[in-house]
Design a protein around this ligand. Structure first.
Ligand code: DLL
Length: 437
């Protein structure tokens, strides 16, 4: 196999050289962070008042971890390290109520992020001759614009189709000879089944590859998409707090995702003891930005469970590979790529006086897509109302949920005391989707 490198000076350097580059970059990130309200205080409490207090990569452990709640607490500008006039874009994490987590980018940040996505795309074998249909959500979500800029950087023809409307997707694929697509794995499976329903012939398309990410999926699901669509599928990992996509990506070997360690300092910790784990052991991934100006984030707890491969990849890249994400150490649900905390649903449901005390969140597979159902008990009095009133209430709950979590749920109203009551910790989520690892 012939490998291609977008940033050979970064991807092919020695491990020692990489570490010294990381140390310089870490010091810069700490210097930037010290200029923010949030880290200014946080770092002072840990005895770090200047970048010179960091003298080795191990010193990163002196820095306290950052959580999603810290980002919310620092909203809107508590983590901004540059003047607002230098910020050219923001993205926000999907599915957050009230206080969102917002990430700001300077012009240089957009350039380096696009470079990382371009590097990822190129490492799969794509070139400027490819036609790239980006079938993922544009907007505040990072998946759309992140891949769009990365694809343009490579020089591919980028079709900003966004998700949905499979008939139009097939048309675009045929009209422009799409060779590579990007989508959530569940949407790719859906596309395949629609292809059969709509009688789209595989040989009328020029598809060769797909990038799939933003939600967990199994090796079996990958193989299934590959066989059905006759393409190569590459796993793509990222999170808004670390730009978005372009954090870790599979190369042509399709065996673990290279984590771009020149841009992110990675640790794997035991989520209970917070101890660093040796390579090869599964734990929570903790990431520090090494090249972000507008908003450096130090030791971010991703909540994603994974492990480093211990052996090098045949492609020869210096950046270590992480395994397929094994799940999360918190209760965040990912529904068709959208992140949702059960507490967001609870806030809506419990905020309505007609609703009783118990509710249940059900997540299941409907074909290849995820389906969310929220069952809520209603007060005995409301339940006696005529069906028109009950329908109106159901629609009100559905609409409020949809506007807060951006996923359209099914809502079922049930009588008081009809949902199971658990004696210990309430079990509010029934997730029957097959586990992805
Ligand atoms: O999902 C960024 C992204 C866009 C990645 C497009 C890949 C492709 P968030 O919405 O902030 O950002 O969600 C981040 O999604 O912490 C993981 O739990 C999960 N996730 C992302 N990629 C994968 C993957 C984007 N390949 C959260 N496998 C992360 C498993 C993934 N989980």
């Amino acid at each position: 196999m012939e490998f291609q490198y977008w940033h050979p000076d970064r991807e092919k350097i020695g491990r020692e050289e990489l570490r010294s580059l990381q140390l310089d970059a870490l010091k810069k990130s700490v210097a930037g962070a010290l200029r923010t309200d949030f880290y200014g205080k946080r770092l002072a409490e840990s005895g770090i008042s200047s970048a010179d207090d960091i003298t080795s990569l191990d010193d990163v452990r002196r820095i306290p971890v950052t959580t999603k709640n810290d980002l919310r607490a620092a909203f809107p500008y508590g983590m901004l390290a540059v003047d607002k006039s230098e910020v050219v874009r923001l993205h926000a994490s999907s599915g957050t109520t009230g206080v969102p987590t917002t990430i700001y980018f300077s012009r240089n940040d957009i350039a380096s992020w696009s470079g990382l996505v371009a590097r990822s795309i190129y490492s799969t074998g794509c070139t400027e001759a490819d036609v790239f249909q980006n079938m993922i959500t544009y907007g505040l979500f990072t998946g759309g614009l992140g891949f769009h800029y990365g694809g343009e950087e490579v020089g591919m023809l980028v079709i900003p189709s966004g998700p949905g409307n499979t008939t139009r997707q097939f048309r675009l694929m045929r009209d422009f000879g799409t060779t590579v697509v990007h989508a959530t794995p569940s949407f790719l499976l859906h596309v395949e089944s629609r292809m059969r329903d709509e009688g789209v012939r595989r040989d009328s398309l020029s598809l060769k590859r797909a990038f799939a990410g933003a939600e967990p999926y199994s090796e079996d699901a990958r193989r299934r998409i590959e066989e059905l669509l006759q393409i190569d599928v590459f796993n793509s990992y990222g999170l808004s707090e670390m730009n978005g996509p372009g954090v870790a990506f599979e190369c042509q070997c399709k065996n673990g995702m290279h984590l771009w360690e020149d841009a992110f300092l990675a640790e794997i910790i035991d989520p209970d003891t917070m101890e660093t784990l040796p390579d090869g052991e599964t734990g929570e991934l903790v990431l520090t930005t090494l090249s972000r100006e507008a908003m450096p984030v130090l030791r971010y707890r991703t909540r994603d469970m994974t492990a480093f491969y211990t052996e090098p990849c045949p492609c020869g890249r210096v950046q270590r590979r992480i395994r397929r994400i094994k799940g999360r150490s918190d209760d965040m649900l990912i529904i068709n790529g959208v992140n949702i905390f059960p507490s967001q649903i609870e806030e809506v449901v419990m905020g309505m006086k007609e609703v009783g005390n118990n509710y249940l969140i059900i997540v299941e597979k409907d074909g290849f897509l995820d389906r969310l159902t929220v069952k809520t008990e209603v007060n005995a009095e409301t339940f006696k109302d005529d069906s028109r009133k009950l329908n109106a209430l159901r629609e009100k709950i559905r609409h409020t949920l949809q506007t807060t979590i951006t996923v359209n749920p099914r809502v079922e109203l049930v009588e008081s005391n009809s949902l199971p009551v658990s004696e210990g910790k309430a079990k509010r989520v029934l997730d029957s989707r097959p586990r992805s690892w």
